[in-house]
Design a protein around this ligand. Structure first.
Ligand code: B12
Length: 257
């Protein structure tokens, strides 16, 4: 309970605890991260609604980086607090760095943070596949701390927050990546989101290798090259936020949804 209060004091908008077994059962944790782990503290930190609603892409990207930073800071602090109490504890990366080896390709986190959030009772899956948190909907970034401390699990939420008839996220998805029922076509989503991430980089470098001297000079001055540079310099590789921004749950105020 103390650790949950601390998470809120540090700025998380939701926190809960689940057992490591609940993640092992569903293959949602890479066990060698911390074989001694007994419990998982799951947290959510909130985006700025105005930033996600803005028409300006850079504002959304900046808010995303700041929210990830918050998740990192809060989860690191919680891990250090638990270690100070004599347990082992570590913070899970909320996005990068990821395992880039063959078979994982940077697409599989060491903990499935959505699953951890749901098991810890922070929220529930929405039709978009994102976890919706009461008062914020999907406008949160998730984090987790693994610890050897035998913490008491919080109650799982049974409610489904999506309005029954709502299809806003499904029909609004620019990549047509959301067929419904929480399913996500990762390839279709990635085509839009990761256009200047690793996927964009591979395409660009491939084109560069094949290009004539004249085309090479053109490519170096092109928009994609500038955007790829910015991805590397800033660490942000997200270029779509539509499913987070459109969701009516938690869109206007903390008291809604
Ligand atoms: C790789 C990745 C992606 C990839 C692949 C997405 C995917 N579904 O795996 C791409 C690039 C496509 C992507 C897109 C986005 N992502 Co992403 N992504 C990740 C990342 C880094 C790893 C995902 C992972 O390892 N999954 C593990 C695999 C096994 O999960 P899975 O294939 O989905 O299978 C699980 C589910 O099916 C689940 N499950 C079980 N029962 C049920 C039932 C239902 C109904 C559902 C839906 C699922 C479910 O159990 C399975 C096994 O655990 C996570 C961070 C993390 N470590 O979790 C963020 C993360 C999932 N992404 C996030 C976000 C916000 C996004 C985007 C909005 C992009 C953006 N602008 O930030 C989009 C959203 C697309 C969408 N509507 O889902 C957030 C989600 C926050 C939230 N509120 O839910 C996370 C948690 C990052 C964070 N730290 O907050 N992402």
């Amino acid at each position: 309970m103390e650790i949950q209060k601390k998470a809120i004091r540090l700025g998380a908008v939701a926190v809960g605890v689940c057992s490591i077994e609940s993640l092992i059962r569903t293959n949602s944790v890479v066990l060698d991260v911390m074989p001694a782990a007994k419990s998982v503290v799951a947290i959510a930190c909130s985006h700025s609604r105005a930033a996600l609603d803005s028409k300006n892409l850079q504002v959304k990207q900046n808010d995303t980086m700041a929210t990830y930073e918050k998740v990192r800071t809060v989860s690191k602090e919680l891990a250090m607090t638990l270690e100070g109490q004599g347990h082992s504890a570590l913070a899970i990366p909320p996005f990068l760095p990821m395992d880039m080896s063959d078979g994982k390709y940077g697409m599989v986190g060491s903990v499935d943070l959505k699953k951890a959030a749901v098991e810890a009772g922070i929220g529930s899956y929405g039709k978009s596949g994102l976890v919706l948190v009461k008062g914020f909907g999907p406008r949160v970034r998730l984090g987790a701390v693994l610890t050897s401390a035998p913490l008491k699990p919080t109650k799982k939420r049974s409610g489904f927050l999506c309005p029954e008839e709502c299809r806003i996220c499904l029909s609004g998805c620019p990549g047509k990546a959301l067929p419904g029922e929480g399913k996500v076509d990762k390839r279709a989503c990635g085509r839009v989101i990761l256009q200047f991430g690793l996927r964009g980089m591979i395409k660009f470098v491939g084109e560069m290798i094949e290009a004539s001297a004249e085309r090479k000079a053109e490519l170096l001055k092109s928009y994609p090259f500038r955007e790829l540079w910015q991805t590397l310099a800033s660490g942000n590789y997200y270029f779509c936020f539509v499913c987070q921004a459109l969701c009516p749950v938690g869109k206007n105020a903390r008291t809604h949804g």
